[in-house]
Write a protein that binds this ligand. Structure first.
Ligand code: HEC
Length: 103
């Protein structure tokens, strides 16, 4: 019995795991990975100890809007305009979602 059901159950469990993995989880982990490169300037976990503005906990809407403004040249900044160009809308959304959740 065990041999019969074992693989089938394992297969079902794996299928359930894949089906259950919410899209949000993927966005969160990619947001975290993308955000690591921001922290060199914006401080550990986005809390800046210096004159560069901190970004942790700012609203996702604000972060996304400013990133897009930098990228599209609507907000001038020597560094952020260049950095903004490296990200797609989807990546900016993932970044903004992750960073806004940092305390
Ligand atoms: C090389 C340093 C550097 C890196 C790396 C960097 N930033 Fe910035 N960022 C700045 C500076 C400097 C400013 C202030 C820009 C200005 O007003 O001219 C800024 C401003 C911002 C602002 C506007 C904050 C506010 O309160 O107005 C946001 C949002 C932001 N950065 C997001 C990011 C994100 C997201 C990343 C990673 C993808 C990132 N930054 C990476 C230097 C950096």
């Amino acid at each position: 019995m065990k041999q019969l059901y074992g693989p089938a159950v394992a297969g079902l469990a794996a299928a359930a795991l894949i089906a259950l993995a919410p899209a949000g989880a993927a966005a969160e982990s990619s947001g975290r990975n993308l955000a690591l490169s921001c922290f060199s300037c914006h401080g550990p976990a986005g809390k800046s100890p210096d004159t560069i503005p901190g970004i942790a906990g700012k609203s996702a809407a604000f972060i996304a809007q400013e990133m897009i403004a930098f990228r599209d040249g609507k907000r001038k900044s020597s560094v952020m305009m260049r950095i903004g160009k490296g990200y797609t809308d989807a990546e900016i959304k993932a970044l903004a979602g992750y960073i806004s959740g940092l305390k």
